[in-house]
Design a protein around this ligand. Structure first.
Ligand code: ADP
Ligand code: ADP
Ligand code: MG
Length: 455
């Protein structure tokens, strides 16, 4: 049952990306949107558009009934959830299927296992994949939690089972802090994710964030190598690259094989990412979570492998078997992505929505800019601040960084403050050039370089 009309239950640059993939496959598109997004690029590009509610996401992009109604009215036969919003909501995936539509993602049950961070840890261990030392399951008993924290040793990380997007994570340095943070963390997780469930993990100091892209068709899975996303602020990725500059080939082989084993263990369908922390001194890697959806940084993998991940996920979920064998996936060169956000780096990255008064986009060899911006576009204040992603590819990492500097120089977004100055500074930094960083490297670096970012 091939997909003929795809409804996009998302917004922003990923909606534009999905529409492009669908059009190239000859699939018609329906863009649902909130009242704040009536003038969005995705709405202009799609074949049809349906207003599904007011700006507040809970009433529009998270409104399952309205989204399903829009699918019915337009005769869409499939729904792509993008990332964020309903992308990792198992009940939504089930509701889409119950309505007789194709969900472009894994089965609800696979989301239930791998989208819940605690269940995913259990599945990883069962598949023989090392996880960060921590609690075996959710912790509900405060005394038991204290005992586990003591056994692990401080500092420990308190994480929400349903957390995501860098939210729902706290660090406790001692028992006193732990006892204060636990109830707060639970209440906040309940409010933010509708699930107060917590678990704890040892803090891996100076770890790198390395993740493996996989594609599966429910029977078989392959990997498309790794991405390194160690440059983070508030546990959110800022700069991503593929491949990792530091991973020895034998470790890469083991890491990627572990991801395939885990994906196959849950009969994974579609595109997914297994995230790990990697300690380059010991060469140990530890599974942290799976994102059962397309990720923001997927383009760097597309650039080094030549595989169109959006196309593949749409074809697979439309019923085609995986078109690649593992041997056919090769990597070439190096790719880097930087996130261009509507934030002011000089004002502690305060969100800075506004109107795009002028726009100059970078181009030329090995240069890609995935964005929903156009001149005159008003960036609404209701959603996340990602405006676009600048992606470059070149033969080597060194050349890719040079190309990134060149492409950043070309990019001009008039009327808005963006994170471009941060990336210009990173692209000339010596530690970045040597890939000498870890997940907690960027924040102190920002403190030290604040004066260079003040406009
Ligand atoms: P990626 O690994 O693709 O970079 P992120 O974790 O940065 O993914 O999340 C991508 C998007 O999804 C962001 O807009 C983020 O705010 C949102 N997101 C991720 N997980 C959740 C969640 N559990 N609840 C709400 N939003 C989420
Ligand atoms: P999210 O669902 O919000 O993406 P993750 O579990 O993927 O949460 O963690 C986000 C980031 O937090 C990681 O990329 C890493 O920088 C940091 N982190 C998570 N777990 C640990 C840990 N056990 N030790 C050290 N850093 C961690
Ligand atoms: Mg994560």
């Amino acid at each position: 049952m091939a997909i003929t009309k795809l409804l996009i239950a998302n917004r922003g640059e990923i909606a534009v990306r999905i529409i492009r993939a669908a059009k190239e496959l000859g699939i018609r598109t329906v863009q649902v949107h909130s009242a704040a997004d009536a003038e969005s690029l995705a709405v202009k590009m799609a074949d049809e558009a349906v207003n599904i509610g007011p700006p507040h996401a809970a009433k529009s992009y998270l409104n399952v009934l309205n989204i399903l109604e829009a699918a019915k009215v337009t005769g869409a036969d499939a729904v792509h959830p993008g990332y964020g919003f309903l992308a990792e909501n198992a009940a939504f995936a089930d509701a889409v299927e119950a309505a007789g539509l194709i969900f472009v993602g894994p089965k609800g049950d696979a989301i239930r296992v791998m989208g819940d961070k605690v269940a995913a840890r259990v599945a990883a261990e069962a598949a023989g994949v090392p996880v960060v030392p921590g609690s075996d399951g959710r912790i509900d008993d405060p005394e038991q939690a204290k005992a586990i924290a003591l056994a692990i040793g401080f500092p420990v990380m308190i994480k929400a089972a349903a957390g995501g997007g860098g939210r729902g994570i706290r660090i406790a340095h001692d028992m006193h802090e732990f006892e204060t943070l636990m109830p707060q963390a639970s209440a906040e997780a309940k409010a933010a994710f509708g699930d107060g469930g917590l678990y704890i993990e040892k803090v891996i100091e100076k770890a790198r964030h390395i993740e493996v892209q996989i594609l599966g068709d429910g029977r078989r899975a392959i990997h498309c190598f790794e991405r390194e996303c160690s440059l983070q602020r508030r546990r959110q990725k800022v700069w991503e690259e593929a491949p990792s500059a530091v991973l020895p080939q034998d470790v890469r082989d083991k890491l990627c094989a572990s991801a395939v084993a885990l994906a196959e263990a849950v009969n994974y369908r579609g595109a997914g990412t297994l995230e790990y922390l990697y300690d380059d001194e010991t060469q140990h890697f530890y599974f942290i979570e799976m994102n059962t959806r397309i990720q923001v940084e997927h383009p760097v993998t597309e650039m080094i492998t030549g595989i169109d991940l959006l196309r593949e996920m749409i074809l697979i979920c439309g019923g085609e078997p995986l078109r690649y064998t593992q041997d056919q996936v090769r990597m070439k060169g190096h790719a880097i992505e930087v996130r261009i956000n509507a934030e002011d780096p000089a004002k502690n990255f305060m969100p800075a929505p506004g109107t795009v008064t002028s726009l100059r986009l970078p181009g030329g060899p090995g240069t890609r800019f995935d964005t929903m911006l156009y001149q005159g576009y008003q960036v609404p204040p209701f959603y996340d601040s990602l405006l676009g992603k600048l992606i470059v590819w070149d033969e080597t990492r060194e050349r890719a960084i040079t190309r990134m500097r060149r492409a950043l120089d070309e990019l001009e977004v008039g009327g808005l403050q963006t994170t471009k100055p941060l990336h210009q500074l990173l692209a000339t930094d010596e530690s970045v050039a040597r890939a000498d960083f870890h997940t907690r490297w960027l924040e102190p670096w920002l403190e030290a370089n604040a004066h260079k970012l003040s406009s």
